[in-house]
Structures are given as C-alpha cells and as structure tokens.
Design a protein around this ligand. Structure first.
Ligand SMILES: NC(=O)c1ccc[n+]([C@@H]2O[C@H](COP(=O)([O-])OP(=O)(O)OC[C@H]3O[C@@H](n4cnc5c(N)ncnc54)[C@H](O)[C@@H]3O)[C@@H](O)[C@H]2O)c1
Length: 434
C-alpha cells in the first residue's frame, strides 16, 4: 500500500499546504544505490573531552571525503572522553554551530564510552549523551539520523561506523549501539563482504525476508531461501533470481534444524530468523489456538533450530545469527499479547545466548527490531491505525523492507564480530517504546 501522503508532501504544492496546516513533513530518504556516493558532502570529525580513541585512521580507511567539505554529509562527534558535566558542555559547543548545516539525509554519530560504574560523574556524563542523541534525533528533521555508538576500540567498530555513516542506515535513528573489542576480520572487498559465505533466511519468499535475501546476495552470499511448503513456488522464484537455493520447510517442524543441516552439508555462516506471523486479538478474546502458533513460529521454532544448528556444528566459527524482534515486543501493543510475548522472548534469547555462542562457537547473536515497515503485514492494518503507525516516528514515514535488510547485512558482516548481544531498532525512532 503506497504512502500517498509521502508522495504528496514531495510535491511543491503538497509541501506548502502541509506546512501551512502544521502537518508532518516526511523527507524522501536517501537509500543505498549502486554507484551513488556514500555521503552528500564531507565527513566532519569533532571531539569533546580528552579522547584516547584511535579514530582518525579508521575514518580515513572508510574513504569518505573528510576535508572541510560544506555542508557536511555526516558529523562524527567523539565524546568518549567526556567524564563530567563541564566536558558535556563541549558536546553542545561542538554541535550547536554545525547542526543546521548537516545535509538532508545526513548523519550525526556520537561516540560514547562504556559506563565506568566506579565513577558516577563519568556515568552521569556518558548517560547524558543518550538523552542528548535521542532528543536531537527527534528535532533534526530532513531525513537526518542521530545515533550513539558506545565503543572502546575504533578499529573493531569499523563496520558499524561505515553502516551508520551510509545511506544503508536510512531508517535507523535514535539508537544506542555498543561494540566490544573482539577480533575483527576486514573483508578483502568491502563491496562483497559475504563472498564465499552461505546465508539462510527463513520466511524469505516475500516481504522483509525476500529483501534480506536480496541484500545478502548483493553482498556476495550464496542464499538459501527457506519458506513453508505452501510458499514454495515463490521461494523458488526468489532463489532462482538470486542464484541461490530454495528450501520448502516449516520452521516449526520438530526436525527443522536437522533438515537444514542435511541440506547444507558444507555448513552455514549466516542464519537469519525472519519468519514470523501475527494472530492479533485482545487477551480477553484470544483463544489458545491463536496463542500457540504465534509462540511456535516466532519463538519456539527459533530456539529449537538455533540449538540444533549450533549443536550440529552447522554454523561455522565466524558465523552470525540475526533474529527478528519487533518494537511491539519492546513497547507492548494492544491486541498483540501473543506476538509481543514472542518478540520480547527473542530479546531474552539474544541476551543469554550472545556471550556463550561467541565464546563456545565463535558465532555472534543479535536482533533487529523493526517498527512500521511497508509490507503485506502492515498493509492489512486498518487505515487510521496504519496512518498513525507510519507518522509516529522521527522520520514521519514507514520504513521499507530494505531498511531491515541493510541492518541485518551489517550485523551479518564478517567485520561485525565485535557487535554481539545487540537489539537494534529499525523504526525511524518510533515514539512507541522510545
Ligand atoms: N512488517 C512489519 O512492519 C514488521 C514489524 C516488526 C516486525 N516484523 C517481523 O519481520 C518479519 C517479517 O515480516 P513481514 O512483514 O515480511 O511478514 P510476511 O508475512 O510478509 O512474511 C513472512 C514470511 O514468513 C513465512 N513463514 C510464516 N510461518 C513460517 C514457518 N512456520 N516456517 C517458515 N516460514 C514461515 C511466510 O510464509 C512469509 O513468507 C516477521 O518476523 C515479523 O514479525 C515485521
């Protein structure tokens, strides 16, 4: 279902009328396209406080234009050295004069340090950056995004910086992401980081899963398009287009993990749990037969196949698991006790498994939490609620399946080994649960 309001505000009369009426002004977001420059403008590197981060060489490696180009296409503010309220003033002093000049669809990335719990002044100042970043995200407008990255090692955060500074993160705003200092393998070719890797995407015959399969194939992966037997023809169509393999399988089957392992004797590098269903009703009207399937597909099936593929050794060291949560699982949503429970369960799975899977199997575990994404799932929502869902975020529009796919591809990246246990919302900074 096309977003007609977005198309209307993209015209001159539409812009004029909606501005006069004080209505939301969604910008046309700049997304990745082959051959287009990463940034429209230069990269401005600012610092607040006394930083010890070795950032300059990492930013230079990204190849982004850095010298005094105005207006800036992106601003990186290194605030890792901010340890007290005085130094916090330097954040204001650095950004206040430049924020107006950031190009439309530009990026503001604040770099923070992990909380030093032994120093309450440092904790206060670093936590303050979250409120600052989230508020700036809500006011900056023009398709610009603002995110906070907490890090200790700039080199280990390179794939994350590249993602946040590019059009690939068009619908990711107001997020706080942490990267550790794990071992990171830079790909031979940043344009094809998944070359030689196999990626399986569940529920990939259509919607977000199809976009994820496409994006991982673009990045060089051999993709396995898994979907229920009833969707086999569509799964085959997607797999043929991407030069991959279709696998007709219901993820809730007790032996789903064993059957995936049997289909992939050479192993698997990337496992994307995308398949999901809804059976919405308020709890008072929710019979058990609308509870069970949702928990089975969205959570129990994910737990069982993950366990099986780790135990069988199908997921190779250096592997990646990305599961799909939802902002409904973080904020709750009327009529979705079943769905929200299943998606919150994904967050619990990630929190527990991430450190152990990395230590025992060399595999990272993260989740994406989409907000309102334009798909068949959201097209079925009644008009008024759909319109509210689309507008109630800082970018005043719904995201596209490709936005979830790009975020997934960053988490699946071989150089994202220091990103583990994260739940990253792809929601345009939705007001729900913000
Ligand atoms: N669309 C949104 O706005 C939104 C928001 C938050 C989260 N999500 C989540 O993103 C994921 C994809 O959503 P979508 O909008 O593309 O949904 P969709 O309904 O368009 O596609 C889901 C796919 O999963 C497949 N599937 C369902 N049950 C399966 C099973 N048992 N085994 C294998 N495959 C199965 C379906 O056949 C379908 O192809 C879901 O997990 C959903 O909960 C979507």
């Amino acid at each position: 279902m096309a977003d007609r309001y977005l198309s209307f505000t993209g015209t001159a009369p539409g812009r004029l009328l909606t501005r006069r009426l004080g209505l939301p002004q969604p910008a046309t977001l700049r997304r990745w396209s082959a051959g287009a420059p990463t940034l429209q403008g230069g990269l401005l590197h600012l610092t607040a406080g006394k930083s010890e981060l070795a950032l300059t060489s990492v930013l230079a490696r990204t190849g982004l234009p850095q010298e005094g180009a105005r207006p800036p296409g992106a601003v990186v503010l290194d605030a890792t050295g901010v340890r007290d309220v005085d130094a916090l003033g330097e954040v204001h002093a650095a950004l206040h004069p430049v924020v107006r000049s950031v190009a439309p669809s530009g990026r503001v990335v604040l770099l923070g340090a992990p909380l030093d719990l032994a120093d309450h002044h440092q904790c206060a100042a670093q936590q303050a950056l979250e409120g600052f970043a989230r508020s700036l995200g809500k006011e900056i407008g023009g398709g610009r995004t603002v995110n906070l990255l907490s890090l200790t090692d700039a080199a280990a955060a390179e794939s994350t910086l590249r993602f946040l500074l590019s059009p690939r993160s068009a619908y990711v705003s107001g997020q706080v992401i942490e990267t550790g200092d794990g071992e990171v393998t830079a790909p031979a070719d940043w344009a094809k980081p998944l070359a030689g890797r196999t990626a399986l995407v569940t529920g990939a015959a259509r919607g977000i899963g199809e976009a994820v399969a496409e994006t991982l194939a673009r990045d060089g992966a051999r993709v396995v398009v898994l979907d229920v037997p009833a969707a086999e023809a569509d799964a085959r169509r997607v797999a043929d287009r991407l030069g991959g393999l279709a696998l007709a399988l219901d993820i809730t089957a007790a032996d789903a993990g064993a059957r995936i392992a049997a289909a992939l004797p050479d192993g698997l590098d990337v496992l994307i749990h995308n398949a999901g269903i809804t059976r919405d009703r308020r709890l008072v009207n929710l019979p058990a037969d609308r509870w069970g399937p949702v928990l089975e597909v969205n959570l129990a099936g994910v737990l069982r196949t993950t366990d099986a593929l780790l135990a069988e050794g199908t997921l190779r060291p250096g592997g990646r698991i990305v599961a799909t949560a939802s902002i409904a699982g973080l904020a709750g949503n009327a009529g979705q006790t079943n769905y929200a429970a299943s998606k919150a369960g994904i967050v619990g799975l990630v929190r527990s498994l991430a450190p152990r899977a990395l230590a025992e199997h060399g595999v990272t575990v993260n989740a994406v939490a989409p907000g309102f994404i334009e798909t068949r799932m959201t097209a079925a929502i009644p008009l008024f609620i759909r319109e509210a869902g689309r507008r109630m975020n800082s970018l005043a529009q719904g995201g596209l399946p490709v936005d979830v796919a790009e975020t997934t591809a960053w988490l699946a990246h071989p150089a994202s080994g220091a990103v583990n246990g994260q739940v990253v919302r792809v929601c345009g900074q939705s007001l729900l649960g913000a």
